[in-house]
Design a protein around this ligand. Sequence first.
Ligand code: SAH
Length: 237
Amino acid sequence: MGRVSQFLILTVLVASGCGQKPAPVVDLASERQRMVQQQLMTRGIHDKRVLAAMAKVRREEFVPPHERAAAYTDNPLPIGYDQTISQPYIVAFMTEQLQPKPSDRVLEIGTGSGYQAAILGELVAEVYSIEIIEPLGKSAAATLRRLGYKNVHVKVGDGYKGWPEHAPFDAITVTCAPDHVPQPLIDQLKEGGRMIIPVGGFGDQELYLLEKKNGQLQRRAVLPVRFVPMAGEAAKK
Ligand code: SAH
């Protein structure tokens, strides 16, 4: 081989990045199992069905492409439109508080990415989820459809009013914060049902667990949290 062609081969190899370190490959399946161990179990999440759902659902499918590698960090992540997908621990905690049963019909307010809806879809019979930002609702519905969640129904609208056509619900989860519990949601909760909802202003919110027993609502603060405010009717003065 002549000198010139040897030189050419070398140049091509260098230009194509040969000899450089490959980009780090993140093993998301292992990270997901580690998340369950280190972020959930060590913090006291113990419901086996909830842990199994968290170990199964691929959070990376619900975040924007450039956030995939960060899918199992112990944080909320941006999903566009100034909204976030909740921290995995918060999703697991809220889900566990609802004590989901396979026969349950659950209402979610604030579909966001669709991740929480998918977790619920693994655990209960039917999930009804409402999102106020149209492109987010449409994108979440498309993701859920692509992943095969036939029991998760998404609609675009104001969750303050609930979804009366499918009420009453065994459980209701709210992932945006109003400054009071919307009466329509109380009305749409079944006798014996549970609702988990953040209430309060930014920087001063509590997650409340509400239980309807003998027509009475029992309310207990379970965790200080920080959710985006509930938009729509709840934001009107
Ligand atoms: N559960 C989501 C996290 C959603 S963040 C997930 O797993 O990704 C809260 C969401 O509530 C945002 O997408 C926001 O647009 C939505 N939201 C705010 N006010 C709402 C309202 N009145 N009705 C329905 N959705 C609302």
